[in-house]
Design a binder for this molecule. Sequence first.
Ligand SMILES: [Zn+2]
Length: 232
Amino acid sequence: MLVAFLSFGVAAAMALPPLIAIDVGHGGADGGATSARGRPEFAYNRDFALVLAQLMRERGQGVREVNFSGDIGSLAARPEHAAGSDFFISIHHDSIGEAWLKPWRWEGKEQSYTEVKRGYGIFVSAQNPDPETSLRCASSMGAMLRLAGFSPSTWHGRRHLPADAENGVWYYDNLVVLYRTTLPAVLFEAGVIKHRDEELELADPKRQARMADALATGLAACLSVTGISARE
Ligand SMILES: [Zn+2]
């Protein structure tokens, strides 16, 4: 009886893999931030989103691609493209204010960089329709990132209230992609592309795969816990 119950439970869980909407931040005329070597943030966002989407599909999770070709200009339109998904994650790479930038030359061109900020950040909004799931999954992903050896940026404490600072999770209430949605949602800043060393690390395919593994594992674990409590 117990065996039958368990196998039914596993079958039911396997029949409905979570559908994750992955949004590539920026695009079109808006390239986002510019890296220490002059590469637009959108290119970093798309590269990492492709790695994450492929890994999630290999694990049997459904993936909805949002703005992978960079043609959705409107921020408000992105959550609409995610409708019907179980979770929304927007992929970004971070910069820093002008006051913290230093000039340097890279491949003959004037560029700028910082030495004071590096590390990942995960943002949630208290205005999201499901702030509890958003925060639980943000913490789960942050915890997995830390276990995989990644360090959260402490810099965000200057402008954002902590949601779970230990795991690199902060509140960012007025972010359109986080509150104009019917889904639990997070915005993920993979790291600081204005930091010269971190930019090289963020461009490393092996490191991208490790980071995607931590995110996908943390999110799958969180959503399976959410699913169990929802069915009770
Ligand atoms: Zn961005």
